[in-house]
Design a protein around this ligand. Sequence first.
Ligand code: SF4
Length: 376
Amino acid sequence: MAGIYIHIPFCKQKCYYCNFYSVASIKNKDRFLEVLKKEIYHQRKYLKNEIVNTIYFGGGTPSMFSKNEIEDVYAELIKHFNIGDSVEVTVEVNPDDLNKKKLDEFKSSVINRLSIGVQSFFDEDLHYLNRIHDSKQAINSIRWALDSGFSNLSIDLIYGIPTLSLENWKKNLELFFELNIPHLSSYALTIEPKTPLKHLIEKKKISAINEKDLVAHFDLLLELTEMNDFIHYEISNFSKKDYYSKHNSLYWLGRNYLGLGPSAHSFNGLSRQWNISNLTQYLKHTNSKSIIQEREVLTAAQKYNEYVMTSIRTLWGCDLEHINNVFGKTFRNHCLKASQKHILSKQLLLTKNVLYLTSSGKIFADGITADLFINS
Ligand code: SF4
């Protein structure tokens, strides 16, 4: 099982919190598609003919592309990769790009899963985040997607936004349940370096994030998703049975993937590589001029750290037996020793040689993971 990620580096405007690579202009779209096809050809051997079970158009804003443009890219992938019969083809979409006609077209194409960037159903939160859509567009886009027949549907919601009261966060979640969507990705608002959000908060131009509110939002998220029979299968992801994201699961299970487009990352089990985060440079890609910015062969410690970081955040947990078999006894013993204080404080649970985050440990996932790492 392998996957392909395609980074579409265009957005209509930059959201304040975003640190993904994209440009707020579509003027190089056609040239980008030409170069992307060239890159698909050049990377055709990367996955060594493994079956591709998931293709993910992320960004940026892939919904700025038409059905034909997405199918054009897909046709190129089919030519050069071993695409599985039940491949999941996900497209990230933004509410302001959607209407019933476009969603009907998407539904009649190869796309069989949508991930809608809702973030909040309240205009004041969307305004704080500098999202381009409003709450009405968010609700309409979901209803249209469901009407068009997209049953494999996910939305993103952000919590911890300073303008979002606990009461409104509850309303956001209740509306999500009411709309009968089988998958939710829900992230804490974080202040990433070099983002407008960081700058505006530092200059006191907008309110700062309150950690206590953020924790209260997270607790409510866990409580309500459980009450509504959602499986909390990864720290930020909740799903009805059989609706796990195939693509994200691939990252968490350490499978191979190829990333295409500016800033996209690839992993083949031995090394990691990533493309330049610069559209102008990317567009200069030719047969002789590579767009790979860097490639690093992973050390045993790096591979162990990656396994710990991804597995501990999931429902399947961090398996000490797996660590023993793949990395050796020293790594296993380190992990067990480093986890002791978190087991004692009931933030980790050790059952049948597998470590799991407890409900009270989930909010501290990043810190706990760092404690289990080995310096590489
Ligand atoms: S639309 Fe998505 S990728 Fe574009 S700026 Fe906003 S969060 Fe970032």
